[in-house]
Design a protein around this ligand. Structure first.
Ligand SMILES: [Ca+2]
Length: 329
């Protein structure tokens, strides 16, 4: 997105007037009004975690989009009812999922133990005769998932509750309002103006440069297909270093694939009709994950795909990214 478009979208958001459809080539140029403040939020934000670790975020402008999927979308679920959503305020979003190195700083500084560490086991897997066999594994945690990871891989084996603890810690440390994204913020940011099933279009086979999903690399290890494999070989059977694939139009990496990302919301049916800044169901025990993972076939990497999970669940493809809310905006 060009800087002019960003400025226009941001200014309109501040003015509380009609919103510019981000990425809509038919939109007319917009004049920045006189009400625009002298100091705009920076396009990028870097939070110093300590331990030489930094968490980078990018500003997501306000706007309006169609959340959910059209009835004809291949692989669609019934809970993706399409409706208009307005994101009324700009916010920052992590350019990548939180990495192993970043999570380690949190653990080392806070002394927090993840739910898997407290329990002494987690949900892991082993591969037996070409079949992925999921089971409870003693000692399995973010420190020791079911495959090898490096520090720049997305942390896995983290529950929704663990992600909350990270956000609470980083809020105190940074003085910023750090949180998980709402489901609407997540999908708006993932689409980045796109209206197709995936940021790259409607054909899942065109996603090779975009996403780490269940591909031919994984198929070499799992000869017995689970939910299906992508036609491409993205080079990674399990997690990949964050930022290994194309960024979307907002500059966000790994929105589709690599790890599923926890959202703040309780899972439930979408509100009927157009909404502004929805924050999920008001009751219910399940939370939402988005984005699909290295273990998922293409359909689960669709921008509209929703996964509902117990907040204590942790697995080898459960990760998260954060947002920073602009207080007073
Ligand atoms: Ca892969």
């Amino acid at each position: 997105m060009g800087k002019t478009l960003y400025l226009a979208a941001f200014a309109i958001g501040l003015a509380g007037a009609a919103f510019l459809a981000v990425g809509d080539p038919s939109s007319s140029p917009v004049t920045v009004p006189a009400t625009i403040p002298a100091t705009l939020p920076a396009q990028e934000l870097a939070l110093d975690l300590g331990g030489k670790a930094t968490l980078k975020l990018v500003l997501i402008p306000p706007g309006k989009f169609l959340m959910g999927s059209p009835a004809a979308e291949k692989g669609r679920d019934r809970d993706e009812v399409q409706h208009e959503v307005t994101i009324s305020k700009p916010f920052y979003m992590g350019t990548t999922p939180v990495t192993v190195d970043q999570f380690a700083v949190f653990i080392n500084e806070s002394g927090y133990k993840t739910e898997a560490e407290k329990d002494g086991w987690s949900y892991g897997f082993e591969i037996q005769e070409g079949r992925l066999v999921a089971r409870n594994v003693e000692g399995c945690s973010w420190r020791r998932p079911s495959f090898d990871q490096k520090g720049d891989h997305p942390v896995v084996q983290v529950s929704w509750n663990d992600a909350q603890a990270f956000c609470t810690w980083l809020s105190k440390k940074s003085g910023r309002a750090v949180a998980l994204p709402t489901e609407a913020q997540w999908e708006y940011a993932c689409r980045a103006g796109s209206t197709t099933a995936y940021p790259w279009g409607d054909n899942p086979d065109d996603g090779k440069a975009w996403a780490n999903m269940a591909d031919q690399s994984l198929k070499k290890k799992l000869t017995v297909a689970g939910a299906g494999f992508c036609s491409w070989d993205d080079g990674f059977a399990f997690t990949s270093p964050v930022g290994s694939f194309k960024a979307n139009a907002f500059g966000l990496y790994d929105m589709n694939g690599n790890v599923c990302q926890w959202c703040q919301d309780r899972y439930g049916d979408y509100e009927a009709g157009a909404t502004t800044d929805p924050s999920g169901a008001s009751a219910g025990s399940l939370r939402v994950q988005r984005g699909g993972s290295w273990y998922n076939p293409p359909e689960r990497g669709r921008s509209a795909f929703r996964r509902r999970c117990d907040p204590g669940k942790r697995y080898d493809d459960d990760g998260f990214r954060v947002v920073v809310t602009l207080l007073g905006s």
